[in-house]
Design a protein around this ligand. Structure first.
Ligand code: NAD
Length: 403
């Protein structure tokens, strides 16, 4: 699902010549060579500056510095309301590198050990491998920590019970849980969300989302214990699904999904741990507003790349921009300023925003942009989509998660 980036150097050169080298330094210098990371928007934001809501500094622990180096990529170490006090990765060299890049003074051999021994941390960012998110997030909440999780919220059908446990843990503790869905802070998705809230679309009749990430045969990107090898496409559904769930706040009651058999030897069912034969899955969901959504996840198509989407509503639509019946000129569609020193970061300039949103949610005791219900509705629907594809497109009902 990942391939080496070919556009990053070109973009980097363009940014330097535009005189924004200083802004780019923190994010780009640490950016791994993986598609998706190149889309750094160094905060093209004009207008009023960011206003602090508190002078408190939340003590954060960060877990995971794998191939994507995600633990160091989200600007926690740059945020004025954060002190990164602890870092962990199971591999000692990665743990040391994460501590160095975040300035964390304490390190732990595992996230579990950090939860047990570090009595100082108030919040944790779980940026470990996808199969480990749910259990670590539940443990973090039970330990009394606010939790941010890299996507997906849970991993595969064997973890469906953890979805209920995660929701229950958030409800029982009242702590903040945020899923760091990067599409939610892509420029277009953010604008769609603002317009949706202001009534510019009415109900959404139809939405489309896709996450294309070509992975050539026999060349999966590295992953902890090989979780990316032969991955069922729709078990990693969030970047496309967000173009419905993170725009409308809605969910998907049913799904019918089809898959196409892959030519990648690793995507033959006998050659991966998941028994998965597919490299592409196309899901047709019904939506909670009574409409439809078509969501693609593919790793099999050379030249297809990106995390994109469009929405079509009763009063207007958004492909490249809003077109419709409502005057949206006064609706703020651009992302607001970030705190000084926090880079917008990769994946459409989303990283810094997700961190700022999580921290602000804790400080103001308000829901984050992608709360536990939205995170689970965005994730679990894909797990059902893959099951449907394995049954030749049988229509399946999907549980709804409500906080
Ligand atoms: N756009 C996006 O939102 C996006 C893009 C890329 C990756 N991701 C997500 O980010 C996460 C990290 O990706 P990656 O490619 O770096 O993963 P990876 O598999 O390469 O690395 C995971 C790291 O977590 C560490 N780890 C596992 N269990 C741990 C524990 N209990 N305590 C401490 N450390 C532990 C491992 O040692 C490893 O270094 C993944 O969940 C992935 O799904 C999201």
């Amino acid at each position: 699902m990942d391939m080496p980036c070919t556009r990053r150097d070109v973009l980097k050169t363009a940014m330097v010549s535009a005189g924004v080298a200083a802004l780019a330094t923190t994010a780009a210098a640490q950016t791994p060579n993986i598609a998706g990371f190149e889309e750094t928007d160094p905060g093209k934001v004009k207008g009023p500056q960011w206003q602090p809501v508190s002078d408190r500094r939340i003590k954060v622990g960060i877990a995971g510095y794998g191939v994507c180096k995600f633990g160091g990529q989200f600007g926690f170490q740059n945020h004025p309301n954060v002190e990164v006090v602890a870092a962990t990765d199971l591999l000692p060299d990665r743990c040391a590198a994460l501590a160095k890049v975040t300035g964390a003074k304490r390190t732990y051999a595992s996230c579990e050990e950090m939860f047990e021994k570090d009595r100082d941390i108030e919040a944790v960012y779980v940026a470990t491998d996808a199969p480990s998110h749910a259990a670590l997030c539940i443990a973090g909440l039970k330990r009394g920590l606010h939790v941010a999780s890299a996507v997906p919220a849970i991993f595969g059908d064997s973890q469906l019970e953890l979805a209920d446990e995660l929701l229950a843990a958030v409800k029982a503790t009242g702590l903040t849980y945020a899923m760091f869905e990067t599409s939610a802070y892509r420029e277009s998705c953010y604008a769609m969300w603002q317009i949706y809230k202001a009534g510019g679309f009415g109900k959404l009749i139809y939405a489309e989302g896709e996450y294309h990430h070509y992975s050539p045969p026999n060349k999966p990107i590295d992953s902890y214990k090989g979780w990316r090898i032969g991955l069922p496409p729709q078990w990693y559904p969030t970047h496309g699904n967000a173009f419905y769930t993170c725009v409308s706040g809605g969910w998907f009651p049913t799904v019918s999904c089809l898959g196409m058999r892959s030519i990648d030897p690793l995507r033959q069912p006998e050659n991966n741990a998941y028994g998965n034969p597919f490299g592409t899955e196309v899901a047709l969901f019904s939506t909670s507003e009574g409409g439809m959504a078509r969501m693609i996840k593919s790793a099999d198509i050379p030249g297809a790349h990106g995390e994109k989407g469009r929405v079509y509503g009763q009063k207007g639509s958004y492909e490249e921009r809003y077109q419709g019946l409502v005057d949206v000129a006064k609706i703020p569609q651009a992302k607001p300023p970030l705190p000084p020193g926090v880079p917008a970061g990769g994946h459409g300039g989303s990283h810094g925003y997700l961190t700022d949103d999580f921290i602000t949610a804790i400080l103001l005791k308000r829901p984050p942009r992608v709360d536990v219900a939205c995170g689970l509705n965005t994730t679990v629907s894909g797990i059902y989509a893959h099951t449907s594809a394995m049954k030749d497109g049988e229509t399946l009902r999907i549980p709804q998660f409500v906080l």
